[in-house]
Design a protein around this ligand. Structure first.
Ligand code: GLP
Length: 244
């Protein structure tokens, strides 16, 4: 699904999310959203905030699960995905804070496995993810599922790829400050979502989008696993789609 620019594409995704939220409100149900960080979804969140302010879109029935968090990471740190989500979305909408779930970067290492199992369990308790939004890293990662991730992987502690840490170095004032690990939902977790939307903008993403959409399905490019799903949509701008 290719749009002229990221603005139009972001509007489309925000509309889809708003439609889901409203349909669930009509049915007196919760909308369970899987959310992503990074520059890519910022325009979607901006539009959702606008809909909240100007059109009265309410998030009272929305439950969110974020894909990932650096490890270790303090929630109040500037680079944490907690900070990112509050700055870009949660602080500006009427979501019940108890409905927000983000992997915990403050755990002791021996606590991580139990936390991850519980994260999966919580998603199930809410009836599973209605919609998962994704960006894509230049290694082909979704969430922080780096090359080598198994298609049935669950939420777990992973080691970040070198390229991923280079891409994050600006946020951290140098690559040496980028954590070497992260907690991420697995490919299997993402796959269980009833609907998946992967977004990508700009020429920088064109080579990896070509691989993800047209390349051989392989753990070397985890996003290629999405080719196996019949409920995934790639939402791209013309630049990201330019090598297809
Ligand atoms: C990080 C996040 C991913 C995101 C990727 C791309 O690695 N963990 O979820 O998709 O960055 O980031 P950006 O959207 O800034 O290009």
């Amino acid at each position: 699904n290719v749009y002229p620019g990221q603005k139009e594409a972001s509007l489309y995704v925000a509309q889809k999310i708003a439609t889901l939220i409203k349909a669930k409100q009509q049915a007196s149900e919760k909308a369970v959203l899987g959310l992503a960080t990074g520059a890519t979804p910022v325009g979607v969140y901006r539009e959702l905030v606008r809909m909240h302010r100007e059109e009265g879109l309410s998030f009272y029935n929305v439950v969110t699960f974020n894909l990932d968090e650096y490890y270790p990471m303090q929630p109040h740190a500037e680079q944490s995905y907690v900070t990112f989500m509050y700055e870009n979305l949660f602080s500006h909408i009427d979501i019940d804070k108890a409905n927000i779930h983000i992997p915990d970067g403050t755990l002791a290492v021996e606590e991580v496995a139990a936390f991850c199992l519980n994260y999966e369990k919580k998603i199930e308790e809410f009836g599973g993810l209605d919609l998962q939004v994704l960006g894509i890293g230049r290694t082909g990662h979704i969430g922080f599922n780096e090359p080598g991730s198994a298609p049935n992987s669950g939420t777990r502690l992973v080691t970040l790829d070198n390229l991923t840490r280079s891409d994050a170095s600006r946020d951290f004032g140098g690559k040496e400050n980028v954590p070497t690990k992260a907690i991420t939902m697995g490919i299997g977790t993402i796959f269980k979502a009833r609907e998946i939307i992967l977004m990508a903008w700009s020429r920088k993403k064109a080579p990896i989008i070509k691989k993800a959409v047209e390349g051989e399905i392989s753990g070397e490019v985890p996003a290629t696993y999405l080719q196996l799903s019949d409920h995934v949509e790639f939402v791209l701008d013309e630049d990201a789609a330019s090598e297809l």
